[in-house]
Design a protein around this ligand. Structure first.
Ligand code: ZN
Length: 337
């Protein structure tokens, strides 16, 4: 029996012997905040790198239907009896698909939009770089400037090449701007072909008029930095400028003073980053993870979130939301805020 099948059986057993129930009880006071990115129509949903953290429309609807049986949904980030739904980045699909699904069910959610995307027909730099690896034609690319060469001739090699570049970016060995420039020399971005309808949903940003409609429906629209850089890699001056651009829009474009860190792991969010976000009057900060870490406890300034976007199996979702997976992996209850 393979691992996948075995796990499926474990999730089912955990539910039927009452282990999930026990975990729900133990985690009664613990808040669950779900993190989503893009919601993509099933017809376009495949294993492209740019859909890594995304979810198909049908899976999202199924997840909501399932979770609704146990939890209420709501916006109160400190109320453990409500599950809160959040979306990161600010792309068109989050408005035209995500918010509409929630509206049909009268569920309110948080939409964290990068300030630089709003009213600008641009794409986040990290997504532009990722897109290059998804769609450049198959061939050998020698990129002297980065001291790398990519022999791209199948999907697997696209992913491997992307992860080499990710290593440069996340370990601060090359800036995203430098990578963008080098890739453009190897194969120009403006020659890359992507299905127009898909591109619009996945890479066009939410417009201010869409944001206003979302706010009218009762959703919260919050800041996700301006440029979506790795904040811990930025110098203080630039970081402060980026956060100030966001805080200036609280009460305007943004109707919440909850901040959502881009990338959002312990490595991407240093104590210095938290201090600057706080000193700019943001009341809470959302992380992108909930795993235990020695570096920092979770708090209102670094609130854990759960990612179930890749999961179809209801028993698996129940296993995660109950805290059973967390307890088995970490010998701990879900982290408190
Ligand atoms: Zn993001």
């Amino acid at each position: 029996m393979n691992r996948r099948k075995l796990s499926k059986i474990v999730f089912k057993i955990s539910r039927y012997i009452g282990f999930n129930k026990l975990c729900y009880l133990l985690n009664k006071g613990r808040k669950r905040i779900l993190m989503y990115h893009n919601i993509i129509p099933d017809e376009y949903f495949d294993d492209s790198i740019n859909l890594e953290y995304s979810i198909s429309e049908s899976r999202f609807k199924n997840q909501i239907d399932f979770i609704e049986k146990r939890f209420k949904f709501g916006l109160d980030l400190e109320n453990p009896n409500e599950v809160t739904i959040t979306f990161d980045d600010g792309y068109q699909n989050q408005y035209s698909i995500g918010s509409k699904i929630l509206d049909n069910k009268n569920i309110k959610g948080y939409f964290f939009c990068s300030e630089s995307l709003i009213n600008n027909d641009r794409i986040l730099l990290i997504d532009k770089i990722q897109l290059w690896f998804d769609y450049v034609p198959y061939r050998l690319y020698k990129i002297d400037r980065l001291n790398l060469s990519f022999n791209i001739s199948n999907r697997e090699e696209r992913k491997q090449s992307w992860s080499k570049v990710q290593d440069l970016i996340f370990n601060n060995k090359s800036s995203m701007e430098e990578v963008e420039l080098s890739l453009n020399e190897a194969y120009p971005f403006n020659k890359i072909e992507v299905n127009k309808e898909f591109y619009k949903l996945r890479f066009n940003s939410i417009k201010e008029s869409d944001i206003n409609q979302m706010k009218d429906k009762g959703h919260k629209v919050g800041a996700h930095s301006s440029m979506h850089n790795i904040l811990s890699n930025m110098n203080i001056k630039k970081l402060d400028k980026d956060i100030k651009r966001c805080v200036q829009n609280v009460g305007g474009i943004y109707n919440t003073d909850v901040f959502c860190y881009p990338f959002g792991t312990h490595d991407d969010v240093s104590d210095e980053v938290i201090d600057i976000v706080k000193s700019n009057k943001f009341k809470m900060g959302l992380a992108s993870i909930n795993s235990p870490n020695d570096k920092r406890e979770y708090s209102k300034d670094f609130i854990p979130r759960i990612d179930i976007s890749s999961i179809d199996d209801k028993y698996h979702i129940d296993f995660i939301l109950s805290g059973a997976r967390y307890l088995i992996r970490n010998k701990k209850l879900l982290p408190p805020i």
